[in-house]
Design a protein around this ligand. Sequence first.
Ligand code: GRF
Length: 186
Amino acid sequence: PVIAIFASGNGSNFDALIAAKLPMRVGCLICDQADAPVIQRAQGHHIPVQLVNPRDYDTKAEMEKAILAGLSARHVTAILLAGYMRIIGPTLLAAFPRRIVNIHPALLPSFPGRHGIEDAYRAGVTKTGVTIHFIDAGVDTGPVIAQQAVAVLPTDTVEQLANRIHSVEHTLYPQTIRQLIEEGVL
Ligand code: GRF
């Protein structure tokens, strides 16, 4: 497959996906934040970057049409979201049915949304984790592909918990994508 990775920020999951040398070609990075560190990471790997500024478009549909044009030009067949902080709209969903995978730093359906780690920490749960799932029209909903639990220790600060969750992400995401590719799902 030819994969596009969508990211808005740091890009540690982007790096983990690249470092795993998966049996796929990374056709491009789609990024909506001009100053995101993930852009330099992509450039370091000679992966083309398509920067899309939401302010350049009147509607989400128009922005997604511009993204789609870039994806088609690069023959992209599937999308991996890695910290992309926007809801995917009907235009992209229709173009990539069951071909868009997301990673979320909590055990969905618990603690969806932008602050999955902090929300779980504040709720005082003893167990949270990481979810890999196909996306649908909702926020952090859609069929779950894989989950891994992470214990919340009584002594944990939210930073310590976040670090453990991120290190689980960096193995679970590549491992799950490898399996999907080997099974012919992606
Ligand atoms: C990760 O925690 C991921 O689960 C969430 O956004 C974060 C992205 O981190 N969706 P990074 O940019 O990959 O370092």
